[in-house]
Design a binder for this molecule. Structure first.
Ligand code: GUN
Length: 297
């Protein structure tokens, strides 16, 4: 039997529609649009594509987009001055500094300079701490999107065995925290985990976020498990092609024969990230104006 496909693209479209409706109510209530600032330093081609998509999605949702493009040789003081200006701008509810930054800039220094209440990426240590102790803050977009897909598919996650493969600050760690808060029994596995296939085989929920193409094989998956593939890896091009295939961290062909449900790559987790970013920016806007955050956002 072949697994059901979890259509992240459709779910993300639904979320963006909801964000659009609530953004319109926010504008009426606050007398201004919710605003998201995106800072891009340098000309990394992938980052340029992301930033363009974020700008378009923000405007399409009825929010104001502030785009700041700085040259690759921008010094730290100049970047920190811009962050400070955005922190103090009441029209800016959320600030995102696109990563990676050029090598001479320290990412932690820059993230730490963003006001935690405008840190819609959820990367600031204050927001990591808030998540860890269960306080209201901002949760990184990708794991929050994964949680939304899991709840949509499975409903209550209480008592389920979840294995998160990968321990990054951006995905693995916050994902484990969110699953724990949702009452799942959580294991974080990684490159040094012993008997990784056996560990993954215990899981009702597998979240793969290691950045290794097709690492998680079908025979690692418990029959009927729900598999969330966060990986986006481009393989080397086949002969005669100029671009390689996009694959996840899960070997989709073998895993879909065993799993109950699985996210495809592309079209699974990827589209959720921007939709959740817009959601976080709108949450920030409500908090900044002292308005109640709609319960369904
Ligand atoms: N680069 C790739 N993904 C992301 C993201 O979600 N946020 C930021 N700030 N940079 C990124």
């Amino acid at each position: 039997m072949s697994a059901q496909l979890i259509d992240g693209k459709a779910f993300a479209e639904g979320l963006r529609k909801k964000v659009g409706t609530i953004a319109a109510s926010f504008e009426v209530a606050a007398g201004r649009k919710a605003g998201l600032a995106v800072v891009l330093v340098g000309e990394d081609p992938a980052s340029q594509v992301y930033v363009r998509s974020k700008h378009k999605a923000t405007v399409d949702s009825g929010m104001k987009s502030f785009e700041h493009r700085l040259p690759a040789d921008t010094d730290e003081a100049t970047l920190l001055a811009l962050v400070d200006q955005l922190n103090n701008d009441p029209a800016v509810d959320g600030i995102l500094c696109q990563l990676p930054l050029p090598g001479h800039l320290d990412e932690q220094t820059v993230i730490s300079a963003i006001s935690p209440d405008k840190d819609v990426d959820g990367f600031h240590i204050i927001n990591a701490g808030r998540l860890s102790v269960g306080q209201e803050g901002f949760v990184p977009c990708t794991p929050l999107g994964c949680l939304m897909l899991l709840k949509d598919r499975l409903g209550d996650l209480s008592g389920l065995e979840a294995v998160v493969v990968g321990r990054s600050n951006i995905v693995g760690k916050p994902m484990a925290q969110l699953l724990t808060d949702a009452n799942a029994t959580v294991t974080i596995a990684h490159s040094r985990t012993k008997d990784l296939p056996d560990v993954v085989r215990r899981a009702d929920i597998v979240v793969a976020a290691v950045g290794r193409p097709e690492m998680v094989k079908g025979d690692w998956i418990k029959p009927g498990a729900t598999v969330i593939d966060v990986g986006i890896n481009r393989l080397d091009p086949e002969p005669g092609k100029d671009k390689g295939r996009l694959v996840g961290d899960v070997d989709f062909t073998s895993a879909r024969e065993v799993a109950g449900a699985i996210t495809p790559v592309p079209g699974g987790v990827g589209p959720m990230t921007i939709a959740v970013l817009l959601r976080n920016a709108l949450v920030a806007a409500h908090r900044n104006e002292g308005l109640a955050v709609p319960a369904d956002l």
